[in-house]
Design a protein around this ligand. Structure first.
Ligand code: ZN
Ligand code: MN
Length: 427
């Protein structure tokens, strides 16, 4: 995988222009640097580099204390300098490993820093260019070929995005183009002893998890068909047609040589101090997967509840505070379950109210589900009129049945639960 992420920074990568480029009047956030005018000189954005280093550290990468920027040359109208400032042989971060799930570890080749291009818009027979995005910081994450199915890929991407958001590096909003996904795919027979096939096909510029999964599945099938016929899939870049659910050829793949990389002469090499890297390391919080396994072990809370409850550091903090305040009669897992079931907002809702809601729900569970089922079916038999009304389309008639159950249970049953079970029994 190659993943491009726009870190949330105020300014662009090499100039002081605002990095905001979504729903902004075109070509209003530009200057000689990001328009690539002759003589303009780039100055690297410290906050952007810091987010690159932090991400690399979170992905257990090595850090190049001596690093530099390079020019990647290619001609395209959205690239005003005719080169992109990127990193070639000395990326900030390299050789990492990311645990995406219990069974999925993915080696990280590198995490480097570069700049975004302008945006092209094709209207009738002309093309319009908006340079507001030109020079916006981009992090590029490259993985080793450790993903063996489209499902693995999705697991990896979801955990990676969760981690990037968790670190506060980017919102990864795909609608705004803050996250772009590329997959390199090759297929080999299980009997093939070579580590990798001698070709790969790249799928570029997909901006949704669903589409990249579809595209990768499609490609795997396409390669298998070709390989069965004794052919090797052509090494090329392909796009994904969202309407037809197929991939299509875009261009044959460039090699590093075609880009004529060379060191960026306008930016001095960058030397980082160990002390600074240690400071950044200390700022990295416990990552989502580690948090979940800690809470599972410590409190025996079901993992799927935690996945729903804990989305960011704020929700984690709020949940841990709630756990520390829970009265003895509420088990942590019961608390998690009730917060999920009742869709309580850990951050917005007062914790006292949450405890009260959990206690009252617990009370209702003193009537067993089988018992409640019996009471409900009795209520249906005893009240033919509201049942008939409900079945003929009078939704509100259900109220009379809920009332009948409430009287039988002396208000001990959770009305939401009763409603749900009533609807089930009524079909
Ligand atoms: Zn600028
Ligand atoms: Mn790139």
């Amino acid at each position: 995988m190659e993943i491009h992420v726009e870190p949330t920074t105020k300014s662009k990568m090499f100039c002081g222009c605002s990095a905001e480029h979504f729903v902004v009047e075109p070509n209003t956030h530009t200057c000689p640097v990001c328009l690539g005018l002759p003589g303009a000189l780039p100055v690297p954005n410290k906050a952007a580099i810091e987010s690159c280093l932090k991400l690399g550290l979170a992905l257990n990468c090595q850090i190049n204390l001596h690093s530099k920027f390079d020019r990647k040359n290619y001609f395209y109208p959205d690239l005003p300098k005719a080169y992109q400032i990127s990193q070639y042989d000395l990326p900030f971060c390299y050789e990492g490993q990311f645990t995406a799930s219990k069974d999925l570890k993915v080696r990280i080749t590198r995490v480097h820093m570069e700049e975004d291009t302008g945006k092209l818009q094709h209207v009738n027979n002309s093309s319009l260019i908006d340079f507001n995005r030109s020079g916006v910081p981009l992090l590029e994450i490259v993985t080793e070929p450790d993903l063996h199915s489209a499902e693995d890929m999705t697991t990896f991407l979801k955990e990676l995005v969760k981690t990037i958001k968790w670190l506060g590096i980017s919102d990864c909003d795909m609608e705004k183009g803050a996250l772009r996904l590329e997959a390199n795919i090759s297929v080999k027979s299980p009997n093939d002893k070579n580590e990798l096939p001698n070709y790969k096909v790249e799928i570029k510029n997909v901006n949704s998890f669903r589409y990249i999964e579809k595209a990768v599945k499609y490609e795997i099938e396409r390669h298998i068909e070709l390989l069965k016929k004794g052919q090797t899939p052509k090494q090329e870049t392909r796009g994904f047609d969202e309407n037809k659910d197929v991939t299509f050829s875009q261009r044959s793949k460039e090699t590093a040589q075609d880009y004529r990389y060379f060191p960026e002469p306008d930016i001095p090499p960058i030397n980082l101090e160990n002390k600074y890297i240690e400071k950044l390391k200390a700022e990295i919080p416990e990552l989502p997967l580690a948090v979940v396994s800690r809470l599972v072990n410590k409190y025996s809370i079901r993992e799927d509840f935690l996945q729903i409850l804990i989305n960011d550091l704020d929700s984690l903090q709020s949940f841990e505070k709630l756990l520390s305040e829970l009265p003895k009669e509420i088990k942590p897992n019961e608390a998690a379950k009730q917060i999920v079931n009742q869709k309580l907002d850990l951050i917005q809702t007062d914790h006292k109210k949450i405890v009260k809601a959990i206690l009252s729900a617990q009370k209702s569970y003193s009537i067993s589900e089988t018992e409640l089922e019996k009471i409900i079916s009795q209520a249906i038999t005893d009240n033919p009129k509201p049942v008939e009304d409900y079945k003929s389309g009078k939704q509100q008639a259900i109220g009379a049945l809920i009332g009948a159950v409430a009287r039988q249970t002396k208000g001990q049953a959770d009305p939401q639960m009763v409603r749900k079970m009533l609807l089930e029994q009524l079909g």
